[in-house]
Write a protein that binds this ligand. Sequence first.
Ligand code: MD6
Ligand code: FE
Length: 205
Amino acid sequence: MTNFETPNLVIRGFKIFKERLDLNIQNDLISDLREIVKVAPLFSPHVPGGNKMSVKMTSAGKYGWFSDSKGYRYVSRQKNGNNWPQIPNSIMEIWQKFVSLERNPDCCLINYYSKDAKMGMHQDNDEADFDWPVLSISLGDDALFRIGNVEKGGKTDSLWLNSGDIIVMGDEARLKYHGIDRIRSGTSNLLKNGGRINLTLRVVD
Ligand code: MD6
Ligand code: FE
Protein backbone atom coordinates (compact mmCIF):
# COMPACT_ATOMS: atom_id res chain seq x y z
CA MET A 1 0.00 0.00 0.00
CA THR A 2 1.28 3.44 -0.87
CA ASN A 3 0.70 6.49 1.22
CA PHE A 4 1.26 9.76 -0.58
CA GLU A 5 -0.11 12.13 2.03
CA THR A 6 1.00 12.96 5.57
CA PRO A 7 -1.71 13.17 8.24
CA ASN A 8 -2.10 16.26 10.42
CA LEU A 9 -2.67 14.07 13.43
CA VAL A 10 -2.87 10.43 14.36
CA ILE A 11 -5.18 9.40 17.22
CA ARG A 12 -5.12 5.74 18.29
CA GLY A 13 -3.91 4.89 14.79
CA PHE A 14 -6.66 6.86 13.00
CA LYS A 15 -4.89 9.07 10.48
CA ILE A 16 -6.63 12.43 10.30
CA PHE A 17 -6.10 14.79 7.38
CA LYS A 18 -7.70 18.15 8.24
CA GLU A 19 -9.62 20.10 5.61
CA ARG A 20 -7.80 18.48 2.66
CA LEU A 21 -10.64 18.91 0.17
CA ASP A 22 -11.10 22.46 -1.08
CA LEU A 23 -14.56 23.98 -1.58
CA ASN A 24 -14.56 23.32 -5.34
CA ILE A 25 -13.93 19.63 -4.76
CA GLN A 26 -16.51 19.51 -1.97
CA ASN A 27 -19.12 21.07 -4.25
CA ASP A 28 -18.23 18.63 -7.06
CA LEU A 29 -18.67 15.74 -4.63
CA ILE A 30 -22.07 17.07 -3.55
CA SER A 31 -23.26 17.38 -7.14
CA ASP A 32 -22.12 13.79 -7.86
CA LEU A 33 -23.91 12.62 -4.70
CA ARG A 34 -27.11 14.34 -5.83
CA GLU A 35 -27.06 12.15 -8.96
CA ILE A 36 -26.46 9.02 -6.85
CA VAL A 37 -29.41 9.61 -4.53
CA LYS A 38 -31.70 10.06 -7.56
CA VAL A 39 -31.11 6.40 -8.51
CA ALA A 40 -30.30 5.01 -5.05
CA PRO A 41 -32.48 6.95 -2.60
CA LEU A 42 -31.49 7.41 1.04
CA PHE A 43 -33.23 5.11 3.54
CA SER A 44 -33.12 4.57 7.32
CA PRO A 45 -31.80 1.06 8.00
CA HIS A 46 -33.18 -1.03 10.85
CA VAL A 47 -30.56 -2.33 13.24
CA PRO A 48 -30.83 -6.03 14.19
CA GLY A 49 -32.50 -5.03 17.49
CA GLY A 50 -35.33 -3.49 15.47
CA ASN A 51 -34.78 0.24 15.96
CA LYS A 52 -34.33 2.55 13.01
CA MET A 53 -30.98 4.28 12.67
CA SER A 54 -31.15 8.07 12.91
CA VAL A 55 -28.71 8.31 10.00
CA LYS A 56 -30.03 7.91 6.45
CA MET A 57 -27.94 5.82 4.08
CA THR A 58 -27.33 4.70 0.56
CA SER A 59 -24.35 3.33 -1.33
CA ALA A 60 -22.45 3.37 -4.59
CA GLY A 61 -20.23 0.65 -6.00
CA LYS A 62 -20.27 -3.11 -6.48
CA TYR A 63 -21.83 -3.50 -3.03
CA GLY A 64 -24.04 -1.49 -0.74
CA TRP A 65 -24.08 -1.77 3.02
CA PHE A 66 -27.38 -2.99 4.41
CA SER A 67 -28.90 -3.75 7.78
CA ASP A 68 -32.16 -5.34 8.93
CA SER A 69 -33.40 -7.82 11.53
CA LYS A 70 -31.07 -10.47 10.02
CA GLY A 71 -27.97 -8.37 10.67
CA TYR A 72 -25.40 -6.20 8.92
CA ARG A 73 -24.09 -7.19 5.50
CA TYR A 74 -23.09 -6.07 2.04
CA VAL A 75 -25.59 -6.62 -0.76
CA SER A 76 -25.03 -6.35 -4.51
CA ARG A 77 -28.50 -4.97 -5.21
CA GLN A 78 -30.83 -2.35 -3.87
CA LYS A 79 -34.19 -3.37 -2.41
CA ASN A 80 -35.85 -2.68 -5.78
CA GLY A 81 -33.47 -5.14 -7.49
CA ASN A 82 -31.33 -2.52 -9.20
CA ASN A 83 -27.57 -2.40 -8.96
CA TRP A 84 -25.98 0.36 -6.95
CA PRO A 85 -24.72 3.30 -9.03
CA GLN A 86 -21.01 3.46 -9.81
CA ILE A 87 -18.63 5.23 -7.48
CA PRO A 88 -17.91 8.54 -9.24
CA ASN A 89 -14.35 9.41 -10.30
CA SER A 90 -14.35 12.41 -7.97
CA ILE A 91 -14.51 9.95 -5.05
CA MET A 92 -12.17 7.32 -6.54
CA GLU A 93 -9.49 9.99 -6.94
CA ILE A 94 -9.54 10.67 -3.20
CA TRP A 95 -9.01 6.97 -2.44
CA GLN A 96 -6.17 6.84 -4.97
CA LYS A 97 -4.51 9.87 -3.39
CA PHE A 98 -4.84 8.83 0.27
CA VAL A 99 -4.82 5.01 0.11
CA SER A 100 -3.67 3.23 -3.02
CA LEU A 101 -3.57 3.00 -6.78
CA GLU A 102 -3.44 -0.80 -6.60
CA ARG A 103 -7.03 -1.54 -5.74
CA ASN A 104 -10.20 0.51 -5.83
CA PRO A 105 -12.90 0.33 -3.17
CA ASP A 106 -15.96 -1.89 -3.75
CA CYS A 107 -18.35 0.23 -1.73
CA CYS A 108 -18.89 3.89 -0.98
CA LEU A 109 -21.31 4.08 1.92
CA ILE A 110 -23.11 7.42 2.04
CA ASN A 111 -24.42 8.51 5.45
CA TYR A 112 -26.62 11.58 5.86
CA TYR A 113 -26.98 13.19 9.30
CA SER A 114 -29.77 15.65 9.94
CA LYS A 115 -29.32 17.83 13.02
CA ASP A 116 -30.29 15.21 15.62
CA ALA A 117 -28.69 12.17 13.99
CA LYS A 118 -25.84 10.27 15.58
CA MET A 119 -24.06 6.97 15.16
CA GLY A 120 -23.37 4.62 18.04
CA MET A 121 -19.96 3.15 18.74
CA HIS A 122 -19.28 0.37 16.21
CA GLN A 123 -16.56 -1.57 14.47
CA ASP A 124 -16.37 -1.76 10.69
CA ASN A 125 -15.94 -5.53 10.44
CA ASP A 126 -18.27 -6.72 7.66
CA GLU A 127 -15.43 -6.71 5.11
CA ALA A 128 -13.38 -9.78 4.14
CA ASP A 129 -9.89 -8.28 4.22
CA PHE A 130 -8.87 -5.97 7.06
CA ASP A 131 -5.52 -5.28 5.39
CA TRP A 132 -7.32 -2.59 3.41
CA PRO A 133 -8.18 0.56 5.36
CA VAL A 134 -11.49 2.37 5.42
CA LEU A 135 -11.30 5.96 4.15
CA SER A 136 -13.83 8.49 5.42
CA ILE A 137 -14.77 11.89 4.00
CA SER A 138 -16.69 14.49 6.02
CA LEU A 139 -18.89 17.05 4.24
CA GLY A 140 -21.15 19.71 5.74
CA ASP A 141 -21.78 20.35 9.42
CA ASP A 142 -19.16 19.62 12.09
CA ALA A 143 -19.42 16.29 13.89
CA LEU A 144 -18.03 15.02 17.19
CA PHE A 145 -16.13 11.81 16.40
CA ARG A 146 -15.29 9.41 19.23
CA ILE A 147 -12.54 6.81 19.01
CA GLY A 148 -12.29 3.84 21.36
CA ASN A 149 -10.54 0.50 21.44
CA VAL A 150 -10.52 -2.87 19.67
CA GLU A 151 -12.56 -4.24 22.56
CA LYS A 152 -15.88 -2.66 23.46
CA GLY A 153 -15.72 -0.02 26.21
CA GLY A 154 -12.74 1.59 27.89
CA LYS A 155 -11.39 5.09 27.54
CA THR A 156 -12.09 7.09 24.41
CA ASP A 157 -10.81 10.23 22.68
CA SER A 158 -13.00 12.67 20.77
CA LEU A 159 -12.40 15.26 18.10
CA TRP A 160 -14.50 17.51 15.92
CA LEU A 161 -14.55 16.68 12.23
CA ASN A 162 -15.04 19.51 9.75
CA SER A 163 -16.11 19.62 6.14
CA GLY A 164 -13.27 18.44 3.92
CA ASP A 165 -11.61 16.25 6.56
CA ILE A 166 -10.38 12.79 5.59
CA ILE A 167 -9.75 9.87 7.93
CA VAL A 168 -7.84 6.72 7.06
CA MET A 169 -8.60 3.88 9.47
CA GLY A 170 -6.08 1.12 8.82
CA ASP A 171 -3.54 -1.15 10.52
CA GLU A 172 -3.95 -1.04 14.32
CA ALA A 173 -6.95 1.31 13.97
CA ARG A 174 -8.82 -0.89 11.50
CA LEU A 175 -11.00 -2.68 14.06
CA LYS A 176 -11.28 0.02 16.71
CA TYR A 177 -14.70 1.15 17.89
CA HIS A 178 -15.75 4.62 16.77
CA GLY A 179 -18.92 6.66 16.44
CA ILE A 180 -20.50 10.08 16.04
CA ASP A 181 -21.91 11.62 19.24
CA ARG A 182 -23.55 14.64 17.67
CA ILE A 183 -23.64 17.17 14.87
CA ARG A 184 -23.16 20.91 15.34
CA SER A 185 -26.02 22.18 13.23
CA GLY A 186 -25.48 25.25 11.07
CA THR A 187 -21.67 25.15 11.08
CA SER A 188 -21.47 24.69 7.31
CA ASN A 189 -23.48 25.90 4.35
CA LEU A 190 -22.18 23.29 1.92
CA LEU A 191 -25.56 21.53 1.94
CA LYS A 192 -28.43 23.86 1.14
CA ASN A 193 -30.70 22.17 3.70
CA GLY A 194 -27.93 21.74 6.28
CA GLY A 195 -26.72 18.55 7.89
CA ARG A 196 -23.70 16.38 7.31
CA ILE A 197 -22.65 13.72 4.86
CA ASN A 198 -20.04 11.12 5.61
CA LEU A 199 -18.65 8.90 2.87
CA THR A 200 -16.79 5.72 3.76
CA LEU A 201 -14.89 3.82 1.10
CA ARG A 202 -14.29 0.13 1.66
CA VAL A 203 -12.70 -2.84 -0.03
CA VAL A 204 -15.32 -5.55 0.61
CA ASP A 205 -14.27 -8.82 -1.11
C1 MD6 B 1 -19.00 9.28 10.42
N1 MD6 B 1 -17.71 7.36 10.39
O1 MD6 B 1 -17.99 9.97 10.32
C2 MD6 B 1 -18.94 7.85 10.78
N2 MD6 B 1 -15.95 4.36 9.80
O2 MD6 B 1 -20.12 9.75 10.24
C3 MD6 B 1 -17.41 6.07 10.48
O3 MD6 B 1 -18.17 5.25 10.93
C4 MD6 B 1 -16.10 5.65 10.02
O4 MD6 B 1 -15.17 7.82 10.03
C5 MD6 B 1 -14.78 3.91 9.39
C6 MD6 B 1 -13.70 4.73 9.17
C7 MD6 B 1 -13.81 6.05 9.39
C8 MD6 B 1 -15.04 6.54 9.82
FE1 FE C 1 -17.46 3.23 10.84
